[in-house]
Design a protein around this ligand. Structure first.
Ligand code: C2E
Ligand code: MG
Ligand code: MG
Ligand code: MG
Length: 286
């Protein structure tokens, strides 16, 4: 009997692996088509400064609805794009589109940053810094208005090269933001070696902030430490007023999350600029 259970388990596992592989292959071939046809869009999610109640930045987040496969989450297709080498051309399009949109959103007096997610594979391209410089030139966006979001995994393989790239970009005014902090290495000792401007505390830490738990102490300590290093903090995935109240108590600089807005198309992003979040934040806290 136990033999047959073992066999079933293996069968189940093999079926699962096969389905998973077929799905990835299917996504890869549809991605190639989507790239040719250029049917991607970007949505934008605001980051709110808690001191001023204004929008500090929009994060650009890619969206893809395939004719056959339907809507596919970037958490599913970005890794496929990375392993298939498609993230390089796709990433170029994302960067340019986001810079163009930033230029439109900043017509007039605005000084709203555009945050763009950059994959580790893109950073391995030796001409990445040139790509950024050229894109800024072509779109006419001021370098000070561009922020690049990278995760800790980008640093694992070629620490020194990546660091010098960041330094070169920061020299012209581009900001570097460390995304999903708390999910990777998260060594506090190497934080001070990193030439970054901004740190985003991962949403998995924010999730339980409204309860009594260790995440609270962790968040408070991260904010305090990061401030000592002159780095700005953003809390991701803020969904309710309790989390916000606690983050304000911790002296967190900025928040991003469904509480304020989900990622929205460019047209709606422009409308968000007219909102006053101060009153909103005030109401949430009291
Ligand atoms: P990320 O860069 O950490 O982006 C934040 C994710 O959290 C987004 O998911 C966003 O929609 C979601 N989010 C925002 N507020 C909340 C909230 O209050 N609660 C919850 N539960 N989620 C919230 P999305 O758009 O599905 O993207 C997932 C991941 O895919 C991103 O994580 C990023 O790693 C990757 N990604 C998305 N767009 C791009 C892109 O243009 N380029 C690259 N390289 N990666 C991208
Ligand atoms: Mg991000
Ligand atoms: Mg993140
Ligand atoms: Mg992420």
């Amino acid at each position: 009997r136990s033999k047959s259970i073992g066999k079933n388990t293996i069968q189940f596992y093999q079926d699962f692996m096969r389905k998973d592989m077929l799905r990835r292959l299917s996504i890869e071939s549809h991605l190639r088509n989507a790239l040719k046809k250029n049917i991607f869009t970007l949505h934008y999610q605001p980051q709110i400064c808690l001191k001023t109640g204004t929008i500090r930045a929009f994060e650009a987040l890619i969206r893809w609805t395939d004719e056959e496969l339907g809507m596919i989450s970037p958490s599913e297709f970005i890794p496929v794009a990375e392993s298939a080498g498609l993230i390089v051309p796709l990433g170029e399009w994302i960067l340019k589109e986001a810079c163009k949109e930033a230029k439109r959103l900043n017509s007039g007096q605005n000084k709203i940053l555009m945050s763009v997610n950059i994959s580790a594979v893109q950073l391995k391209q030796l001409d990445f810094v040139d790509l950024v410089k050229n894109t800024l030139k072509e779109t006419g966006l001021k370098p000070e208005l561009l922020e690049l979001e990278v995760t800790e995994t980008t640093l694992i393989s070629s620490f020194e090269t990546t660091i010098s790239m960041f330094e070169e970009l920061r020299k012209i005014g581009v900001k570097i933001s460390l995304d999903d902090f708390g999910t990777g290495y998260s060594s506090l000792s190497y934080l001070k070696k990193l030439p970054i401007d901004t740190l985003k505390i991962d949403k998995s830490f924010i999730k339980d902030l409204d309860k009594e738990c260790i995440e609270k102490e962790i968040t408070e300590s991260i904010v305090a430490l990061v401030h000592k290093l002159n780095i700005e903090v953003i809390a991701e995935g803020v969904e309710n007023g309790k989390q916000l109240a606690y983050l304000m108590q911790c002296n967190c600089d900025n928040i991003q999350g469904f509480l304020i807005s989900k990622p929205v198309p460019a047209i709606s992003a422009k409308e968000l600029l007219n909102k006053n979040y101060m009153a909103y934040i005030g109401v949430q806290v009291s």
